[in-house]
Design a protein around this ligand. Structure first.
Ligand SMILES: NC(=O)C1=CN([C@@H]2O[C@H](COP(=O)(O)OP(=O)(O)OC[C@H]3O[C@@H](n4cnc5c(N)ncnc54)[C@H](OP(=O)(O)O)[C@@H]3O)[C@@H](O)[C@H]2O)[C@@H](O)CC1
Ligand SMILES: [K+]
Length: 480
């Protein structure tokens, strides 16, 4: 698990650590770590560093200070380093130290600034980090040189022009190949759209760890999923590993039910029950002979969790099923059409006594709760406070919040998943995890991890049934 801290937490930890360190010590640790990351990467790209050229983009604050002091280390390794000041100010003492070590300094508005960038093998973006709060305005020629260079572009702490806490990217934000993050992972390094601008994130330990508590976000990794994903034990039987009920599909969208049941059945619960009309049951059993059919929830028998919604339509019958499901005393995940049905009735979700998971994409989220704002984590947390439900917001970075709990962000998957039916598979996987007894937020986040990882391991273009085909091998590896 990777813990992520916002700028207020990082600054507070920095202030506490400063009580035990000499003045300037933390910046020196950061600058040395930054220089090392750049040198290692440059070495692997060019086969050496001596004789390389570097351009530093230097802002007025601590971020620019880091860039200048890292320049001192680069100079000591035989790299020619030119600093371009963005604005008139620079971090006290850093410019002088850089010049003493042999660095040269110009302004970003100099006629030859773009040439310095395009000739460089390494560009260090130290315009702004934690203090980055607005668009980056560079001369057009410099912006163009940064955008088109083959050089290694390394962001100091965060790419300039991204909001470190929300993941928002302002106009002109720098697109880095690599980001050296100091002391903690920051929200923008795991949240879209900023995450993409960070490139490869390298952690530089400056000793903040013991002073950081209560992360804003956690990111689950493979080891976490392997540890928590429920597997059968030697005395398991079909009821002990969880029974999933699925209400999905309609005459218009029969495939949604097949995808959803497939996602559930291949995630290895003990049993999957499908509830629908007789012809729909026939279709499901033809596709998944191990599934068990019933024509109503009441006739379905013992079930540990329900998946309700994919492709079920929004007609009166569907509305009545969703309304009556609110009183089910086992966990329920509402997806797709069920979310549309609930959008006029969000506050009724508070009636639910058992855990509930909502899995909207941004359009469904807007219908339920209003548009996702500039701070998507806050928007999702507000939705959980309003409904008492676990809310999983699908998107380039999936955000999963629970009432009173910590926020989880999933990093697996890609735009490959933007294809019909993949969401139905996801809800089936989450349903299986819920039925097996995982706490609702963990079930949702672990389901999102598995779903994304299936897409990542699939070669070539992807359609929803490919995810189901990838599931058995993935589960086998996970439980090995
Ligand atoms: N915390 C830690 O543990 C450690 C922190 N360290 C380092 O310090 C950094 C934080 O330093 P910081 O507080 O001085 O803020 P920083 O990011 O340099 O911004 C400064 C000013 O830049 C400006 N500015 C903003 N956006 C801009 C834009 N788009 N284009 C142009 N200018 C822009 C804006 O000033 P304004 O122009 O608005 O007056 C803003 O106030 C941190 O990220 C890390 O690198 C390490 O050294 C040691 C450990
Ligand atoms: K930066």
């Amino acid at each position: 698990m990777r813990s992520v801290y916002d700028s207020t937490q990082v600054r507070a930890a920095e202030a506490r650590l400063k009580e035990f360190t000499a003045p300037g010590e933390l910046m020196q640790r950061a600058a040395y770590g930054l220089a090392n990351e750049c040198l290692n990467e440059l070495h692997s790209r060019r086969g050496g560093v001596y004789g390389a050229r570097a351009a530093l983009l230097v802002g007025p604050g601590g971020n620019g200070g880091d860039a200048l002091y890292s320049g001192v280390w680069l100079l000591r390794r035989g790299i020619a380093v030119h600093a371009l000041l963005v604005g008139v100010k620079s971090y006290p003492g850093a410019r002088e130290a850089f010049v003493r070590a042999g660095g040269t300094v110009g302004a970003i508005s100099d006629a030859d600034a773009a040439t310095a960038v395009s000739r460089a093998d390494l560009v260090i973006d130290g315009i702004a980090g934690l203090g980055s709060s607005r668009s980056v305005e560079l001369p057009d020629s410099v912006a163009e040189a940064i955008a088109t260079t083959d050089a290694l572009v390394c962001a100091v702490d965060l790419p300039s022009g991204v909001n470190g806490d929300t993941g928002q990217a302002y106009d002109g934000a720098i697109h880095a190949d690599m980001t050296a993050t100091f002391g903690a992972w920051k929200p923008a390094q795991v949240l879209a759209p900023a995450r993409r601008l960070c490139g490869d994130v390298r952690f530089v330990d400056i000793g903040l760890g013991p002073h950081l508590t209560d992360p804003r976000i956690d990111v689950l990794d493979y080891a976490d999923i392997a540890a928590i994903w429920p597997g059968p034990s030697y005395d398991s039987h079909k009821y002990s590993t969880g029974v999933v009920g699925v209400i999905a599909g309609s005459a218009q969208y029969p495939g949604a039910a097949v995808m959803c049941v497939g996602g559930a059945i291949r995630s290895k619960p003990g049993m999957v029950r499908y509830v629908g009309a007789p012809d729909a049951i026939e279709r499901i059993v033809a596709a998944w002979p191990a599934a068990v059919g019933a024509t109503s929830i009441d006739d379905a028998g013992r079930t540990n969790a329900w998946v309700i919604g994919p492709g079920m339509g929004t007609d009166d019958a569907a509305r009545s099923v969703v309304r009556s499901s609110l009183s089910l005393d086992v966990p329920v995940i509402y997806d797709a059409d069920a979310l549309t049905i609930l959008s006029g009735d969000v506050d009724r979700l508070r009636e639910r006594q058992a855990p509930t998971v909502l899995t909207p994409h941004s359009g469904e989220f807007a219908r339920l709760f209003g548009e996702v704002g500039d701070d998507p984590v806050e928007s999702v947390k507000a939705a959980t406070r309003r409904t008492g439900c676990v809310v999983l917001l699908k998107g380039p970075s999936t955000i999963v919040a629970a009432p009173g709990g910590r926020v989880l962000v999933n990093e697996t998957g890609s735009s490959k998943l933007a294809t019909a039916g993949t969401g139905d598979v996801l809800s089936g996987i989450i349903g299986a995890a819920l039925a097996a007894g995982l706490p609702a937020q963990i079930a949702a986040a672990a389901g999102a991890y598995v779903h994304g990882a299936l897409a990542d391991q699939h070669d070539g273009p992807l359609i929803a049934p490919d995810l189901i085909d990838e599931l058995p091998a993935f589960m086998a590896r996970l439980q090995a």
